[in-house]
Design a protein around this ligand. Structure first.
Ligand code: URA
Length: 205
């Protein structure tokens, strides 16, 4: 059955399907455009995201945004979401059960967002999508593969880049790969010149 975006948001906000519901302040659904050619999927909301009800607004999100802006991504180009919509306490990794429970909502979200390219930010998102628990991000990142009609691009989680700034260029290159693919498919217009990677670090929490 086709679900409208408003009904989907209501389903998310009223969800009590796992224990994360009892500790959340806000259900964190998305930011960007409801329908977008590129979807970025992270792990789960942190404290800032829980507070604001928006994904990737803390330091990791600011870094992601810095790189997206520098490569000319506009809000209409992306839909940003997470494997789980409620903050795991102490920012722990969502359990398999929590991720599996939330997967149904994420599935509906993907159907509504209609992305052509899905960027999996980090291992949690990659494992949820592929069921592959043993893959090493260093080996799978930077490659594009197809699954269920979507082009999948796994890459490092921006929080990892905050801890390992020497890998920033890798995330930058993977975002450039996404951009090139989007241009090739006519989903984004080419940039007039090659952008330079910003080197500043996000401030704040
Ligand atoms: N990390 C994530 O995986 N998602 C967020 O929304 C914020 C930080």
């Amino acid at each position: 059955m086709k679900v409208s975006w408003n009904d989907f948001v209501e389903q998310c906000r009223s969800c009590q399907a796992c224990p994360l519901a009892s500790t959340r302040k806000n259900v964190v659904i998305y930011r960007g455009s409801v329908v977008a050619p590129i979807m970025f999927i992270g792990e789960g909301p942190g404290a800032n995201e829980d507070e604001q009800g928006l994904p990737f607004v803390g330091q990791a999100g600011q870094l992601l945004q810095l790189l997206l802006d520098a490569q000319g991504f506009q809000m209409k180009d992306y839909h940003i979401a997470n494997v789980v919509k409620c903050r795991p306490p102490e920012n722990r990794v969502p359990t398999e059960t929590e991720a599996a429970t939330c997967k149904k909502l994420l599935g509906t979200q993907i159907l509504i967002a209609k992305p052509k390219i899905i960027v999996l930010l980090g291992k949690t998102a990659y494992t949820l999508f592929t069921g592959d628990k043993s893959a090493k991000m260093t080996e799978i990142r930077g490659h594009i593969f197809e699954k269920n009609g979507y082009l999948i691009v796994p890459t490092f989680h921006p929080a990892y880049i905050l801890r390992n700034n020497n890998e920033r260029v890798t995330l930058w290159n993977d975002i450039a790969l996404v951009r090139r693919k989007a241009e090739e498919l006519g989903l984004m217009d080419p940039l007039p010149e090659t952008p330079a990677m910003p080197t500043s670090r996000p401030s704040g929490k």
